[in-house]
Structure formats: structure tokens, C-alpha cells
Write a protein that binds this ligand. Structure first.
Ligand SMILES: Nc1ncnc2c1ncn2[C@@H]1O[C@H](COP(=O)(O)OP(=O)(O)O)[C@@H](O)[C@H]1O
Ligand SMILES: O=C(CO)[C@H](O)[C@H](O)COP(=O)(O)O
Length: 555
């Protein structure tokens, strides 16, 4: 036996990037380091320019991504005291669809001072929402011409994705579009900077750029009908081979090895979308277990042997998470964010004062009191659409609702109703999977919420009627990336030959689980039936109350 080997997972979030050094044989997380992005999310102006960005823009600086490699990677090596020669693989996950235009050498166009004044030369972050017009036009044309790809994305594509963003560049900055040799997902660009290889990930291409393993990309004629200049977009701006996850895109170059404090030649894995990396990070590598990445929002991820059309999913992609399986993604666009709204904007002052006097957070104060209630006892039922609905209704204009308020209603009762509403929203997504023919036997939770609120997790078990396992790691995307890095290295170099094999050694669940309490589950079955009535009444267009309120608000 040689010395212990290690893999590095690099997780690029919205505000910062983190590097995690993990022991390949046990998954032990030896060291973590976070580098905040110096330029953060640019929503108002560009660096060194007073030019104002328009509403709904969200840009980033690619230098911030490189700085994560230059700072956090040497730092995990320093903290751990590990010999860099024992690091065998690197994996990267990234927010998505986060894209940038690059020149023929792969250099971001915004690095060219002559182009940096144009906002379209910069990175468009996943939450850049200014390409809605383009997304609407693509959706309308696709549904009129009955395009096969629409069904794989639950009936609609998002303004966050590759084609709407790319078309926005073409329409608003044709010179930048022309100057771009390619547009790349940041998840693909970072491995490129480490290896010099232009390779695209089946995950990002499949979930965000309409690529299908059998059908390839949609026909260029479809896009040419929308805009003649888009006719060859897949052969030109989006060209490049597309490979399954765990594939080695190349080896760390000598120059980057020097900057990152590693040895040249280390295997670098193809990139992956952040939420999806959390699936092997939870140890889930087979069908039947739905992974819930629970935080500000919730992403639901599931593996299956079959490609089926499920109502309201964000997408289904072959090899999109674990090679050999179809990966499904669905989501709730606000979960923790709804509780944050309540805590920050709506609780009465006395709650804040009592929490502070007790030396606990407002969340904890509310949780302690709300946990004393039995299901149904708060007399409330809410719809969880504070940030619209991204699943079966797929309507970002929908808004929230609470039914049953009285003069006696207490803040903790409302807090409990909001948590219950998000659990009902998850049950609705599980129902859509089951109705579509995909079984969901158990749930696995990762992200911030399972670590923070036990009552919430018990409510989810009771509402869904399913046992919930919790990931042992609090950094499941970074650990997942380290797993893909270990697979890129392969057993010949001290790693593993498959994602399931690597995950079986490197990822685990906590022993403690949340099991449904039958008496609670029975009450929640009744309440969920009422939730479905409200959901369909306010969400399916039979009721115009929400529409009227919205119209008056924007008048
Ligand atoms: N005790 C708590 N109970 C429920 N929600 C909480 C609690 N503490 C924080 N939150 C919510 O958790 C969310 C942050 O989750 P986290 O997983 O850390 O972030 P992110 O999704 O951005 O990675 C916030 O929206 C916040 O409102
Ligand atoms: O689109 C997504 C996954 O498909 C994510 O929502 C996006 O990548 C942002 O993730 P996070 O909130 O974890 O930063």
C-alpha cells in the first residue's frame, strides 16, 4: 500500500468559491477554504466603469474564479500539511447556467480592455434574468412547432439558460457575439483553465443548453427561424465534445500547478452543476432516493433507469448526474427565503426582543414554540409561492397565500404554516414524479436547512410520509466534486473507476433519520388534500385573483 491519496473538490457558489481536500479512501474532509469573490455579483455597474447595468442583470468577473484556484487550493494544502504529490484528482462544480464569451485561446472577452466596457463581454451569472423576452420567444416557437425538447424540460425553458442568454448577446451586442470564438459554461471554463482542454459537460449541456444524448442539439433550422444568425450556433459558438461526468478532461498544466501549489499532471474532471454534484456527495448513486438540496431554495434530484416525461420538472438528462442513469431535476424557487422574509420583514418586535433576551436567533425562538403544536392545530394553510412556482405550475408570477388567520393567530403558528407549505410543495413534486412513473421511496436531505431546524425536518417526514436521511457532509457539492475528481484519476492513479465506487468510499449519511409519525402523517394527508385544492384553484388559471392583484400593483 502506498501513502494516503487525496482529491480536491472546488465548489463555485454565487458569492464565493470553496476548495475541499478529501481523503480518497474514507471521504474524510481534511481541510476547507473559502475565497469570497472580490467583485461579488455585479447588478448595477461594471468594474472601472460608471455605466449602469439594466434591471435584471447579474454579471461576474472571471478573475474571481481564478483567484479561488490561486488562494483556496494552496490554502487547503497548507492547512492539511498533505504532500501535494498525494493529490490525484480535482473536480469542479459551478452555479449554472453561468456563461462567458471567450476568444480562440479561451481568454474571456472582458479581459480585453477594448471590449471590457461592453457588459455583454462579462460573465452572465445564473440569475441574470434579462433574457426573458428571448426565453418567451423560444418557448412560444417551440410549442407552436411541437419541438421534442420541450417535454424534457417540463414544457418550458428558463431565461436563465444558455440559448436565451446567448441570443440576448446576439441581439444587443452583435459585435461581441461575432468576436466570441465560443460561449462556455463557467463549469467548463474553469477545467479548461487548468488543463487547456475545451470539453463540455453532459450535465451543463443537457440541463441548460438543450443537448440530448441520442438526439444531440435541436435542429439549427429551429433557431434560424427565430434569428438567421443563430442557425449555426451549435456548430460554432457552442461547439466542443460533450462527455459524461467523471471523465478526465485533461491534466493540470505546469503553469497552473505552480500557481495552485500542486504537482503538474493531476487528473481534472469535467465540470458539473453545483446542486447535481451534491447527489454523489450524499452517497446517492442509484434510483429510488430523492435528494433535496435544501437552503434558500430547494433543488430536488433523482436518478432513474428510464427517460419519462414528468410534469413540471426542470429537466431530465442522460448521464446528467451519475453516468448510466437519467438524472431528473425539479425545484422550489423559495424555501429558506420564505422563512427569511418572515423573520426579517414580518415578525412583531416583541419576538425579536424575546429572542434576543433569551440569546437565541429569531428562527430558533419561533421553532421552539412552533414545535409545541400538533399538525392542524394552528388552523392555517399556506401556498408556498413567495417566489413563484418552478414545478408543476411553472409560473414565476404566482404569489403566496395564508388561509385561516384570526385575531388569535400567533407568529409561531404562521412560521409553522410557512414550513408546512414548503413541505406540501415538495410532496406535490414527489406526486408528479410518482404520477410520471418514477418511484420515490426515500428522501435524502443536504444543504443548510437540515442542519438548522429539526422541527422542519420532522414536518417534511410527516407531510411526505417518507423517511428522511441526512447527508453526513455539510459540503455535499464540494465533496461530490472531489468524488468526480477521484474518478477522473481512475484506479491506476490511486482514484476510482466509477462514481458509485468512489461514492461508496467517500460519502455517507448520518445514522439518525427522520421517520414519519403515523398520527401526524394522517392529519397532513387531510391538510394536503386541501392544499391541492388551493394549489389548483389559484395556480391553474381558474381563478383570476392573483392576476388582478398583480395587474393593479404594476399599473
Ligand atoms: N433555523 C432556521 N430554520 C429555518 N430556516 C433557516 C434557519 N436558519 C436559517 N434559515 C434559512 O436558511 C437559508 C440559508 O440556507 P443555506 O443552505 O445556508 O444557504 P444557501 O441555500 O444560500 O446555500 C436562509 O434562507 C435562511 O432563511
Ligand atoms: O440552477 C441551479 C441548479 O440547476 C442552481 O439554482 C444555481 O446553480 C444556483 O445554485 P445555488 O443557489 O446553490 O448557488
Amino acid at each position: 500500500m502506498g501513502s494516503t491519496k487525496y482529491a480536491i473538490g472546488i465548489d463555485y457558489g454565487t458569492e464565493s468559491g470553496r476548495a475541499l481536500l478529501a481523503d480518497i479512501s474514507t471521504g474524510e474532509e481534511i481541510a476547507v477554504h473559502v475565497t469570497p469573490y472580490a467583485h461579488g455579483v455585479m447588478t448595477e455597474k461594471l468594474p472601472l466603469s460608471e455605466k449602469r447595468l439594466e434591471h435584471e442583470w447579474a454579471l461576474q468577473h472571471p478573475q474571481d474564479y481564478l483567484d479561488v484556484l490561486y488562494r483556496s487550493v494552496p490554502e487547503v494544502i497548507r492547512q492539511s500539511g498533505v504532500n501535494p504529490d498525494d493529490v490525484v484528482g480535482i473536480g469542479v462544480d459551478f452555479t449554472s447556467c453561468t456563461i462567458l464569451p471567450v476568444d480562440a485561446q479561451g481568454t474571456p472577452l472582458c479581459f480585453d480592455p477594448a471590449l471590457a466596457g461592453d457588459p455583454h463581454s462579462w460573465v452572465k451569472l445564473w440569475k441574470h434574468h434579462a433574457a426573458q423576452e428571448e426565453a418567451d420567444a423560444i418557448n412560444e416557437h417551440a410549442s407552436r412547432s411541437d419541438q421534442r425538447f420541450l417535454a424534457r424540460y417540463g414544457g418550458k425553458i428558463s431565461s436563465e439558460w444558455m440559448l436565451p442568454k446567448l441570443w440576448q448577446v446576439l441581439r444587443e451586442a452583435p459585435d461581441i457575439y461575432a468576436r466570441a470564438d465560443r460561449f462556455m459554461e463557467a463549469a467548463d471554463w474553469v477545467p479548461f483553465t487548468m488543463t487547456g482542454e475545451f470539453v463540455r459537460s453532459s450535465c451543463a449541456a443537457g440541463y441548460k443548453a438543450l443537448w440530448h444524448k441520442e438526439d444531440g442539439y435541436p435542429a439549427g433550422s429551429f433557431f434560424a427561424e427565430l434569428d438567421p444568425a443563430l442557425g449555426d450556433v451549435f456548430e460554432t459558438k457552442l461547439r466542443g465534445s460533450i462527455v459524461p461526468l467523471g471523465t478526465k478532461v485533461g491534466r493540470l498544466t505546469a503553469e497552473m500547478a505552480e500557481r495552485m501549489g500542486l504537482r503538474p499532471g493531476i487528473a481534472v474532471a469535467v465540470g458539473i452543476v453545483d446542486a447535481h454534484a451534491g447527489v454523489p456527495g450524499c452517497g446517492v448513486v442509484t434510483p429510488g432516493r430523492l435528494v433535496m438540496a435544501m437552503g434558500t431554495s430547494t433543488c430536488h434530484l433523482l436518478l432513474s433507469d428510464e427517460e419519462l416525461h414528468v410534469e413540471g420538472i426542470s429537466g431530465v438528462v442522460a448521464d446528467g448526474i451519475v453516468p448510466g442513469f437519467f438524472g431528473y431535476e425539479a425545484g422550489q424557487p423559495a424555501v429558506g427565503d420564505i422563512f427569511a422574509w418572515y423573520v426579517d420583514k414580518a415578525v412583531p418586535a416583541y419576538v425579536r426582543e424575546e429572542a434576543s433576551a433569551e440569546g437565541i436567533s429569531v428562527h430558533e425562538w419561533l421553532e421552539r414554540r412552533a414545535a409545541a403544536y400538533k399538525p392542524g392545530e394552528n388552523g392555517l394553510l399556506a401556498l408556498d409561492w413567495w417566489n413563484g412556482n418552478r414545478s408543476v405550475l411553472d409560473d414565476s408570477d404566482l404569489s403566496g397565500l395564508i388561509v385561516g388567520l384570526t385575531l388569535q393567530t400567533k407568529p409561531e403558528e404562521i412560521y409553522r404554516a410557512l414550513i408546512e407549505a414548503t413541505a406540501f410543495g415538495t410532496r406535490r413534486i414527489i406526486d408528479a414524479f410518482q404520477d410520471g412513473g418514477i418511484q420515490v421511496a426515500e428522501l435524502v436531505a443536504c444543504g443548510g436547512l437540515p442542519q438548522r431546524n429539526r422541527m422542519l425536518m420532522q414536518i417534511y417526514a410527516d407531510v411526505t410520509g417518507r423517511e428522511i436521511h441526512i447527508a453526513a457532509s455539510s459540503q455535499t457539492p464540494a465533496l461530490g466534486s472531489a468524488i468526480y475528481g477521484a474518478v477522473a484519476a481512475g484506479s491506476a492513479e490511486g482514484g476510482y473507476d466509477s462514481v458509485p465506487e468512489a461514492a461508496s468510499h467517500m460519502a455517507r449519511l448520518k445514522e439518525e433519520t427522520y421517520k414519519p409519525i403515523p398520527a401526524h402523517a394522517a392529519v397532513y394527508d387531510r391538510l394536503y388534500a386541501e392544499y391541492r385544492k388551493l394549489h389548483d384553484y389559484f395556480g391553474r388559471g381558474g381563478n383570476d385573483v392573483m392576476r388582478a392583484l398583480r395587474e393593479l400593483k404594476h399599473k
